[in-house]
Design a protein around this ligand. Structure first.
Ligand code: GLN
Ligand code: ZN
Length: 764
């Protein structure tokens, strides 16, 4: 048998470390408990570990320059000398990414300058630092740190592939103020060309150049930008592997194949159907890197299926076929090795970054040396896939039946808003411009200590419940004192708005170390939805009833909506997101019903993540919004006419999805507006949003107490665009990160504003 040499590689490895070593090293450095040398040492050790893992998995290359102390896009900003001039006072020496210099100030701000902006990386939950382009921006390469990382890798192996974010994506994903992004293109591409020369001088054979914006809808102008930028890369450079991910990029095929590059990486997990067309389209000297392992999710790969997908093309491509995960493994946790508490069976269905590396090794070996050479590994994998597929822990007939039996009527409230509004007003008897909050009150050290003690087993369930009740009672008494109109219980018992519900729903499991970087040192541990979701018993009724028993005023029942539950979890890959969302919706629906039966008159279903779920391509928006809205309505529509449903959204652009928000038909929406300085409100006004709305009147991110005047100004603006009878008054978002002192002062001011306005309106 001849041995073929299909190569395997990674687009990137998670940076945080299996036990979040990077996070802890960063934070102790920021607290000045450790030196920059300590931090650099940890970082170098992590890089080395990551490369060694790639070597052990037999990858053809180790990938260098995928690491970052904070964010890789920020590293590119610094690499190309484009740190905003507003930070010019700070020292940017040759070692610009060294922590003793200004690097972290860019990401985190300092006494003089706010941090650079941060936003989500495509449709992931990873946040990057947005490059700022002004008329004083100039690009000039400073490759010291980039090359020294590369040297570290070269010391370990001569087969190093370097990783770089491509110039066109870099510009596209930046934010331009008063300038045209594309005016920077030649200057930037020129600097890239210099770097390419340096890599060439170091005999780097391959450069992975990420151009993730091919997942988006690009117009001609941006497509032309690729031609123009890449024209700078004709000589003295490594071979270029253009990487795309998160989408089928076939629609750009005729265009991409004209670029002066040497290969393309495509995502064959999101879009397996593009493999054949690409094999047929690429020039005969190109590499095709097939992303066949899901870099975005945590499930074990069906290796047979992956092999079957590749099978028809293996002969054709021979050595020109490379294998990889679909995207950087940045979006998955590091290893299952430390998951000692995870249910054994469910664990056998999962694969984190290290396990994915192993899968990559197995698939590559199967193709190079025949399936017999990995018969054992394939058998183990097959057994796990089959077990998961058939497991009664995954499939619950009752849930499936219930979904099948849904009819249109289940999605709609019995009567229209106008009718419900009259009935709810009669029941609630609220003043004009009712005041409320978004749900959480300060998570005090006391609350956190109690939770920690309970988790460790130091205090009993009874003691923990009693502690929580006392925090709830405190929150109610404070709100009574402030004289808010609609109260909340304060969410003391919730560590996280998704985790709290996930822990009580069937179909969810939680990992111990399944951390994924969100931004900088911040990591999230998304729960895992492995099976059909349902609600075994009521989740919030006791707490809500207890809180309501303490006040004559209405206390809102607080729930997390189906789309937010979905969006902030690792979801099943064996059914559509839509199917999972509907199951979640039914579970929430059951809770809504139990709450109203227990006498709760107002129920808020939070959907802060609605917008995040929007597909990257506009053509897919309508479909997503249709099922997302349906899921929300399914959870809310069990409410009687006299039960008032609220929803809440924040920190996203909502202007372009207002019709969908209106279609959700919540009786009241409370929405964050401070970021857009009430611009959003104009949009709501113009759109003639039909139901009630509570625009946030103060930013909850600052301990500063907002003045009566400032809030009054905002509400008056609101009154100009939304009929006053449909307006509520509330902060932007939950108050869990605030302290009680400032919270009370702020809310007192807010309530005073409402009272003053009521008087002056009634005097009219
Ligand atoms: N009810 C939640 C809270 O107040 C909402 C949080 C959010 O919008 N992310 O904390
Ligand atoms: Zn919010």
């Amino acid at each position: 048998m001849t041995t073929k040499t299909i190569k395997a590689h990674l687009l990137g490895y998670p940076r945080v470390g299996a036990k979040r070593e990077l996070k802890f090293a960063l934070e102790s450095f920021w607290r000045k408990e450790t030196t920059s040398e300590d931090l650099q040492k940890t970082a170098a050790e992590l890089r080395k570990t990551h490369w060694q893992k790639q070597q052990e998995a037999g990858l053809a290359f180790i990938s260098s320059n995928d690491f970052s102390l904070y964010d890789h896009v920020l590293d590119h900003t610094v690499l190309f000398g484009a740190q905003p001039k507003r930070f010019a006072k700070l020292p940017f020496g040759e070692k610009s990414i060294s922590p003793e210099n200004a690097y972290f100030a860019l990401a985190r701000g300092n006494l003089e300058q706010p941090a650079m902006e941060m936003t989500k990386w495509l449709d992931t939950n990873y946040h990057y630092i947005v490059p700022e382009l002004n008329d004083d921006t100039q690009f000039s390469i400073n490759a010291h740190d980039f090359l020294s990382q590369l040297d570290e890798a070269l010391a370990l192996s001569k087969n190093v592939k370097s990783v770089l974010l491509g110039p066109v994506s870099f510009l596209y994903l930046s934010k331009a103020r008063g300038v045209n992004k594309l005016d920077f293109l030649d200057n930037l591409a020129e600097q890239y060309a210099h770097l390419l020369q340096e890599l060439h001088a170091k005999k780097i054979e391959w450069l992975q150049i990420d151009e993730p914006i091919f997942a988006l809808d690009l117009d001609d102008k941006w497509l032309k930008a690729f031609e123009r930028a890449y024209a700078h890369f004709r000589t003295q450079r490594p071979k270029l592997l253009l990487t795309t991910y998160f989408a089928n990029v076939s629609r750009y095929q005729a265009f991409i194949t004209q670029l002066p590059i040497d290969g393309i990486h495509i995502d064959c997990v999101r879009a397996p159907e593009q493999l054949g067309p690409w094999v047929n389209a690429i020039p005969s000297y190109w590499i095709l890197s097939a992303g066949i392992i899901d870099g975005r999710n945590i499930w074990r790969t069906d290796l047979d299926k992956a092999l079957a997908l590749l099978e028809p093309w293996v002969q054709r491509l021979g050595e020109r076929l490379w294998l990889a995960p679909s995207c950087s493994l940045l979006h998955t946790p590091v290893t299952l090795a430390h998951e000692v508490n995870l249910d054994k069976e469910i664990k056998s269905w999962l694969a984190f970054a290290d396990e994915k590396l192993n899968e990559l090794r197995i698939i590559t070996k199967a193709l190079n040396s025949g399936v017999d050479s990995v018969a054992n590994e394939l058998a183990i994998s097959r057994a796990a896939i089959t077990a998961r597929h058939n497991s009664l822990r995954v499939h619950h007939l009752d849930v499936k039946e219930r979904i099948k039996d849904l009819v249109n009527a289940n999605e709609n409230r019995t009567n229209k808003f106008e009718h419900r509004q009259i009935i709810q007003r009669a029941r609630l008897n609220l003043p004009l411009l009712p005041t409320t909050t978004i749900g959480s009150f300060p998570q005090t050290p006391d609350i956190r200590a109690s939770r920690a003690a309970f988790k460790k087993g130091d205090i009993s369930q009874a003691k923990y419940d009693a502690d929580m009740e006392s925090h709830i009672a405190y929150a109610i008494s404070q709100q009574e004192e402030i004289d808010l109109d609609v109260l909340v219980h304060g969410e003391a018992e919730r560590n996280d708005m998704v985790e709290f519900f996930g822990e009580q729903l069937a179909g969810y499991v939680f990992t111990q170390n399944g951390w994924v970087q969100s931004y900088g040192s911040r990591c999230v541990k998304p729960p895992v939805i492995f099976g059909d979701v349902y609600r075994p018993t009521a989740m919030t009724v006791d707490t809500a009833s207890f809180a309501q028993s303490l006040s004559k005023k209405p206390v809102k029942g607080m729930l997390t909506g189906p789309i937010t539950m979905l969006q902030w979890s690792f979801v099943r890959d064996d059914q559509s997101r839509e199917a999972t969302a509907l199951q979640l919706a039914l579970a929430i629906r059951d809770e809504v019903d139990d709450l109203q039966k227990a006498g709760i008159a107002i129920i808020q279903i939070d959907e802060p993540a609605l917008r995040e779920g929007l597909p990257l391509q506009k053509s897919a928006w309508a479909h997503y919004l249709a099922w997302a809205v349906r899921a929300f309505k399914l959870s809310a529509s069990v409410a009687r006419d006299d039960t008032q449903i609220h929803t809440h959204m924040c920190y996203a652009e909502f202007n372009d999805i207002l019709p969908a928000i209106a279609a959700m038909d919540a009786d009241v929406i409370t929405i964050e507006t401070s970021r857009s300085a009430m611009e959003l409100l104009d949009a709501f006004g113009e759109f003639k949003y039909p139901n009630e709305i509570g625009p946030g009147v103060y930013d909850i991110h600052s301990p500063r107490v907002p003045s009566v005047e400032a809030m009054e100004k905002l509400i008056k603006r609101a009154i100009d665009v939304v009929p006053v009878k449909r307006l509520w008054i509330n902060p932007d978002c939950g108050l869990k990160t605030r302290g009680w002192n400032e919270t009370k002062l702020a809310l007192q001011n807010m309530v005073n504003v409402a009272k003053n306005l009521r008087k002056s309106i009634q005097a009219l």
